[in-house]
Write a protein that binds this ligand. Structure first.
Ligand SMILES: [Zn+2]
Length: 282
């Protein structure tokens, strides 16, 4: 019934609803109705889009499925892993409540492997600028909170290192490891931020209600347990579904990825400290 018409985007002869060369949709009179227009407008905000919910559901309930679908060429049902990560990054950016990946000056100066070095850097800065530690802190904290969000994408490439070492030869293409790293970081952002944010909020409120003093450190330590459980859930899933490991292979790699995560977080914090020192000195 439908005759071939030239595609509006590439000129290829189209005989169905979509161009077989570039994927452009052929507009029908329906596409110009107000109802359709408003629907498209809503979809632009992604949340009304079933793709978003399919993706979030897959990432939470069946980790590894998103990357597997993408690499196997099943790309219609889900968002691209990169887009999923950047959407999570955007929301993390927009909601000032989420500070999971930020690191306080106090923690930088006392809880990290490189804290001795960081202390010397800060002391040198104080001597040069004539600021007190308190004055410096007032500059440091908001700059760090901002940089923590800007630098989030570097976590993807820091996680890529242990990921490609542990699952070496499980997938043929480098792009597969990058895809899995985007899914992994997307998972951490969505699930870990929301879940851990809720848990730490409850813990802080409970401790405040009981009148106990709360330090960054004690919350960090309490959060370590749910973080480890979430980590195992996700990395075993990615090992099983994406890298097609056995249960044993997926489990020991998930355990080893804990060190990979530790490595990535330390490198990220170091980078964050360095970037924040630069932005204050600039
Ligand atoms: Zn076309």
């Amino acid at each position: 019934m439908s005759e071939a018409i030239p595609c509006k985007s590439c000129g290829n002869a189209v005989s169905g609803l979509y161009c077989s060369a570039c994927g452009e949709k052929v507009l029908t009179p329906d596409d110009h109705t107000l109802k359709h227009y408003l629907g498209a407008l809503l979809n632009a905000f992604t949340f009304a889009d079933s793709k978003f919910w399919n993706t979030l559901k897959a990432v939470v309930l069946r980790p590894g499925e998103l990357s597997a679908a993408y690499m196997d060429g099943r790309r219609v049902k889900y968002m691209r892993p990169v887009a999923f990560f950047f959407l999570a990054n955007f929301i993390y950016f927009a909601v000032p409540l989420f500070e999971t990946f930020n690191t306080t000056l106090n923690s930088q100066l006392h809880n990290q492997q490189y804290s001795g070095w960081a202390q010397r850097k800060v002391e040198a800065h104080l001597a040069e600028s004539g600021r007190t530690l308190e004055e410096f802190k007032v500059l440091y904290e908001p700059a760090s909170a901002n940089n923590a969000k800007l630098l989030l994408v570097t976590m993807v490439f820091l996680l890529l290192q242990p990921m490609s070492v542990l699952y070496i030869r499980k997938r043929r293409f480098v792009s597969a490891y990058i895809t899995a790293s985007f899914e992994l970081m997307g998972f951490y952002l969505w699930v870990a931020t929301l879940a851990l944010g809720a848990i730490s909020f409850i813990l802080l409120s409970a401790q405040q209600a009981m009148g106990a003093a709360v330090s960054d450190r004690s919350v960090d330590e309490l959060l370590a347990i749910p973080l480890v459980i979430l980590h195992f859930w996700f990395t075993i899933g990615i090992g099983r579904r994406f890298f097609v490991c056995t249960w044993l292979g997926a489990t020991w790699r998930a355990a080893a990825m804990l060190f990979g995560l530790q490595f990535a977080l330390s490198a990220y914090r170091l980078l964050l400290f360095q970037a924040t020192m630069w932005s204050i000195n600039a």
